[in-house]
Design a protein around this ligand. Structure first.
Ligand code: ARG
Length: 578
């Protein structure tokens, strides 16, 4: 255990047990302005026991055994216990972290089966920049939870069923599979969708055929299913092109779209009705979960079956929940989906609980994703009002990354192919990191200049930080793996860097628990800043003596590995040279 907060919490708890028989009280360990940490438990405990906080603090300190960990323990204010770690302890923990393949990040002692549902575009419809964000953030959440020791199931809940597929199939049949227009499915599915829409709106015969096709699709007519499968397969080519370029870990096997649940919908409706959870209202089968009302105060319905007999998006989500709980035995469901769908999920979760499909022990969480805005503060679109083509967006990011890359100093020149690879990693990394470092529920303005900058909390800055550490090792003529210390902490900047390194595990676990990758981003950015301060104050290759040099190289190596691992958990590549 190397996370100082955990270590101190355990020690303070032991003291609470010995002094007051309260070993389970939260020791309330917080970072401190006056020491490294402070334990704030004396105040709430004093209230509980009806005593003076300062007396409680004094007794805690009397029972506190931290001689191997802290160099100073002080009581301040009304009863805060200030704890200053000893440099020897910090160095020892950093040394252990350096020797550990997992960088001392412990696996959770309460592993769960977690399904992370992300990306989930509507196939052959509109994969817009919002889906880019759910894809990137979801992938980071999946990676982090997996590393934290959970069993993670990735799930791409694509929209691949419903009325639009009638017109899409008809257009595909009209233009022919090998045609230029059909190729759009692989390059720009949204354009294909729009073409189908135009036909549908302007050509009554096409519209009629499309409607008939929907009926055949819903009836699982063999021929229609074959065309539909073809359509879905072509769209998957597009999807996996985007995922491949983004370095996203979703594969074909992770796709379990709306169509997968289609034959369960009748059952869902019947069961809800039989249980008395759903009632017929104006010809539709509806559930009115308590607590949800519209503007006029009327109860809001979740429509399970429309009056025309068709099922809804919500019905499909209910089938999904029941399947995941019953068949996949998940403990935790994480829906990485735009915040516009917040009410939808709240209501669906409520109905699932009413129906008994979502037991208390299973958590269902909507990890809300804020919208990506254009410079005008509205949903990001092209000037002509169309949604942005993702591939063009990424191309532009890479092109701009190239320009920025040529402006920063490089140790050695790059050959064309290496430069191309590095610039691709920087451009994609910049887009991904910008998405990840913004609190996921917040909207943000898509701004190439900000995300591609080599300064500030950006992907390129962190990538560059790792490349600069590697260049120290190249200059020193050794590999990072050869830098094994021993770590000895003298300068204040060395101590601060090592202490920050020890917080990696806590940052990883906290990111997984809250499903908020921006927390890991903030940790890594602070780490890079602590490293910069260290590097500016503590010469490494020109250290005053060999022992100091060995220690500083080890700190460099540990920083490099921590930044690299952290960025890998975010799905951001780290080029060796930049
Ligand atoms: N396909 C939907 C969309 O593009 C997102 C699906 C979200 N997941 C869910 N289980 N409803 O808006």
């Amino acid at each position: 255990m190397s996370d100082p907060q955990h270590v101190l919490a355990a020690r303070v708890q032991a003291a609470l047990g010995a002094a007051f028989g309260e070993p389970d009280a939260d020791p309330v360990i917080r970072p401190s302005q006056f020491a490294d940490f402070q334990a704030n438990v004396a105040l709430p405990l004093a209230k509980k026991l009806g005593r003076k906080p300062r007396d409680i603090a004094t007794e805690i300190v009397a029972h506190l055994d931290v001689s191997d960990v802290c160099e100073k323990v002080e009581i301040s204010g009304p009863g805060f216990v200030n704890l200053t770690l000893g440099p020897g302890w910090i160095a020892g923990q950093a040394q252990e972290m350096l020797g550990d393949a997992r960088l001392s990040v412990e696996k959770t002692d309460a592993p769960q089966t977690a399904i992370v549902e992300y990306s989930s575009p509507n196939i052959a419809k509109e994969m817009h920049v919002g889906h880019l964000r759910t894809t990137i953030v979801g992938d980071a959440i999946a990676r982090v939870l997996e590393f934290a020791g959970h069993h993670v199931i990735r799930d791409n809940h694509v929209g691949d069923w419903g009325t639009p597929y009638g017109m899409l199939i008809e257009l595909l049949l009209d233009v022919g599979e090998g045609s230029e227009q059909a190729k759009l499915l692989e390059t720009d599915p949204n354009a294909f969708y729009q073409a189908a829409r135009e036909h549908f709106d302007s050509d009554p015969e096409f519209a009629q055929r499309s409607r008939e096709r929907v009926v055949k699709l819903q009836a699982h007519d063999a021929d229609t299913i074959r065309h539909w499968e073809r359509l879905v397969d072509l769209s998957k080519i597009y999807l996996h092109k985007v995922y491949g370029r983004l370095g996203v870990t979703l594969t074909d096997d992770d796709i379990r779209g709306e169509s997968f649940y289609d034959d369960m919908l009748g059952d869902i409706a019947d069961e809800l009705q039989a249980k008395g959870v759903a009632v017929i209202s104006e010809g539709a089968l509806c559930v009115f979960p308590p607590g949800f009302t519209g503007r006029d105060g009327d109860p809001l319905p979740v429509i399970i079956r429309k009056s025309d007999g068709g099922y809804n998006y919500s019905t499909s989500d209910l089938a999904t929940i029941r399947y995941r709980v019953d068949k996949m035995n998940v403990d935790r469901m994480i829906y990485v989906v735009g915040s516009q769908q917040a009410l939808h999920f709240q209501m669906v979760f409520a109905v699932a609980r009413m129906a008994g499909w979502l037991p208390d022990g299973v958590s269902a969480e909507h990890a809300q994703i804020g919208s990506v805005l254009g410079p005008d503060g509205k949903i990001f679109r092209t000037r002509s009002g169309k949604s942005i083509k993702l591939t063009e967006l990424l191309d532009e990011a890479v092109e701009r990354a190239g320009a920025a890359f040529d402006e920063v100093p490089h140790d050695e020149p790059f050959d064309g192919e290496t430069r191309r690879q590095v610039v691709e990693a920087v451009g994609i990394g910049a887009v991904k990191y910008a998405d990840l470092s913004t609190a996921r529920g917040s909207e943000y303005v898509f701004d190439f200049d900000r995300m591609i900058s080599f300064r500030g909390n950006t992907g390129p800055y962190l990538q560059y930080a790792t490349a600069r550490i590697r260049s120290i090792f190249r200059k020193g003529g050794l590999s990072p793996e050869e830098a094994t210390g021993p770590i000895v902490l003298g300068h204040e900047a060395e101590r601060a860097l090592a202490l920050h390194l020890l917080g990696f595990g806590a940052a990883v676990h906290q990111t997984g628990e809250t499903t908020e990758p921006h927390r890991l981003c903030a940790y890594l950015f602070d780490l890079a800043s602590a490293y910069t301060t260290f590097y500016e104050n503590c010469p490494v290759l020109k250290a005053p003596d060999e022992a100091t040099k060995a220690s500083r190289l080890a700190l460099c190596a540990l920083t490099l590995r921590t930044l690299g691992k952290g960025l890998a958990l975010l799905g951001v590549a780290t080029p060796e040279r930049m």
